[in-house]
Design a binder for this molecule. Structure first.
Ligand code: NAD
Length: 366
C-alpha cells in the first residue's frame, strides 16, 4: 500500500486517469478552512468552483495574496441537481460550524447542517458527481472519557452540531454505490492562521486572549481532552482524499489529525504560555461542557500514507504570535463579531441583514 500511494499522481498529471476528479466544487469556500483550501487546490491543479453565502465576509484579517476561484454566492438550501453539472467532486464544508452555534439555534442547525447537506449529496449524485468529501468532526465522540476512541467507536454526540454530523454520516453512507463515493473526514478541532480567521476555537482563542489581555483564560478546569489539527493539515487531508484512488476512500471514515496532537486543554494553555510568557493561565469550571475525547488517528496514517500532520501546538502558537505581530492585533479586532461565528450571526440577525432562517434580506438602494 505504501508504495502504491507514494506513486499517486498529482491532479494535473493524472487528469487523464479514470475517476481522478478535476473539477471540484467547494461549499463553504469563504470560511476559515475553505479560504485556505481553495488556494491549495488551485495550486494542486484542480479546477475549483467555490460556493458560499458569505456570512463572515466582513472578517478578513490579513491578505494572503493567493488566487481565488469563481464564487457562486448561494445558500446551500437553494441548490438543485443542475448546479452540479460538470462537477467531478464536491467538498462540503458549508455548515453552521461549531457546538455553541448549534446550541444557539437548533432549528437552523438541523436545516442547514443535516437536511441541506443530505439534499446536496442527493442532488450531486443525481447530476453524476462521483466523489463527495464530507467534513465531519471528532466532536461526534462527545463524552468519551480517557479511553482512546477510533472510527469504530460508538459516537456519543453531546450537541445538536455533533448529532447533525452523525446523521449526515448515516444518511450519506446510504447513498454510496459504485457511482457515488462519499468519504467522511472527522476533523479534530482546527487551529492556525487563515485570512477568514476564527477566534472561537481553542488554540486560536487562548493565544488571542494571551496577546490581547495577558490572561490565558480557560472556560474549563483544563482536564478535557481535545485533539487539535492545523487548518493546513486538514486541507492536505482533503487533497490527499481527492487524489487517492476512489476505491481506497469510498465509504470510509477517517479521523483527521495525529495521535501526538491529543492534548488536555490545560496542555494547550501551557503551550500558549510558553510563546506568550507575559501572560498568566486561569481556570474556569467544568459546568456546561462535558465534551472530552482522545482520538486515534492510526487509520488515516495507514490508508493515506501521503498524508502527515506537519503542525503541533507549539508551532501553531508561534505562528499565531507572528500573525498578531504582523496585523497589530488589538482586543477590539480579536473580539470583532466576524471572528466569532455565533457573535456574527447574532449581529446579522439583530441588524436585520439576515432573517430568522439565516437567509439574507436583500435591499435595493437605487
Ligand atoms: N474549524 C474546525 O475546528 C472544524 C473541526 C471539525 C469540522 N469542521 C467542519 O468543517 C467545515 C468548515 O468549518 P470552518 O471552520 O471553515 O467554518 P466557517 O464557519 O469558517 O465556514 C463555514 C462557511 O460556510 C458558509 N455557510 C454556512 N451556512 C451556509 C449556507 N446555508 N449556505 C451557504 N454557505 C453557508 C459560511 O458563510 C462560511 O463561510 C464545517 O462543516 C465544520 O463543521 C470544522
Amino acid at each position: 500500500m505504501d508504495d502504491l500511494v507514494t506513486l499517486w499522481p498529482s491532479a494535473r498529471e493524472a487528469s487523464e486517469a479514470e475517476d481522478v476528479p478535476r473539477r471540484v466544487m467547494i461549499t463553504g469556500s469563504e470560511g476559515y478552512i475553505g479560504s485556505v483550501l481553495v488556494a491549495k487546490l488551485l495550486d494542486g491543479g484542480f479546477d475549483v468552483v467555490g460556493l458560499d453565502t458569505g456570512y463572515y465576509r466582513a472578517g478578513w484579517l490579513y491578505n494572503d495574496g493567493k488566487d481565488r476561484p469563481r464564487l457562486l454566492a448561494r445558500d446551500v438550501r437553494s441548490l438543485c441537481a443542475e448546479d452540479f453539472e460538470g462537477i467531478d467532486a464536491v467538498v462540503h464544508l458549508a455548515e453552521l460550524s461549531n457546538d455553541p452555534l448549534g446550541a444557539h439555534d437548533v432549528r437552523n442547525t438541523y436545516e442547514i447542517n443535516h437536511r441541506a447537506s443530505v439534499a446536496i449529496a442527493c442532488n450531486a449524485k443525481l447530476s453524476g458527481v462521483r466523489r463527495f468529501v464530507y467534513t465531519s468532526s471528532c466532536s461526534v465522540y462527545g463524552a468519551a472519557g480517557d479511553d482512546m476512541v477510533n472510527e469504530e467507536s460508538t459516537p456519543r454526540p453531546q450537541t445538536a452540531y455533533a448529532r447533525c454530523k452523525t446523521l449526515v454520516e448515516r444518511d450519506l453512507m446510504r447513498l454510496a454505490d459504485v457511482d457515488f463515493s462519499p468519504t467522511f473526514l472527522r476533523n479534530a478541532t482546527a487551529f492556525g492562521v487563515s485570512p477568514r480567521m476564527r477566534f472561537d476555537i481553542v488554540l486560536n482563542n487562548l493565544a488571542g486572549l494571551a496577546w490581547t489581555t495577558r490572561r490565558i483564560a480557560m472556560t474549563s478546569d483544563g482536564r478535557p481532552w481535545r485533539p487539535i489539527v492545523h487548518v493546513e493539515d486538514i486541507c492536505d487531508a482533503i487533497q490527499a482524499t481527492l487524489n487517492a484512488p476512489r476505491g481506497a476512500v469510498a465509504g470510509e471514515i477517517f479521523n483527521v489529525g495525529t495521535d501526538s496532537n491529543n492534548y488536555r486543554v490545560s496542555e494547550i494553555a501551557d503551550a500558549v504560555a510558553q510563546v506568550f510568557p507575559e501572560s498568566e493561565i486561569t481556570f474556569g469550571d467544568t459546568a456546561g461542557d462535558n465534551r472530552s475525547y482522545r482520538v486515534s488517528f492510526e487509520k488515516i496514517r495507514r490508508h493515506l500514507p501521503g498524508f502527515r500532520c506537519a503542525w503541533d501546538v507549539h508551532r501553531g502558537a508561534r505562528q499565531l504570535r507572528a500573525l498578531f505581530e504582523h496585523v497589530g492585533l488589538t482586543e477590539e479586532m480579536f473580539l470583532a463579531p466576524p471572528y466569532t461565528r455565533l457573535r456574527e450571526l447574532r449581529r446579522l440577525v439583530e441588524s436585520r441583514q439576515i432573517d430568522s432562517d439565516f437567509r439574507w434580506r436583500c435591499h435595493d438602494f437605487s
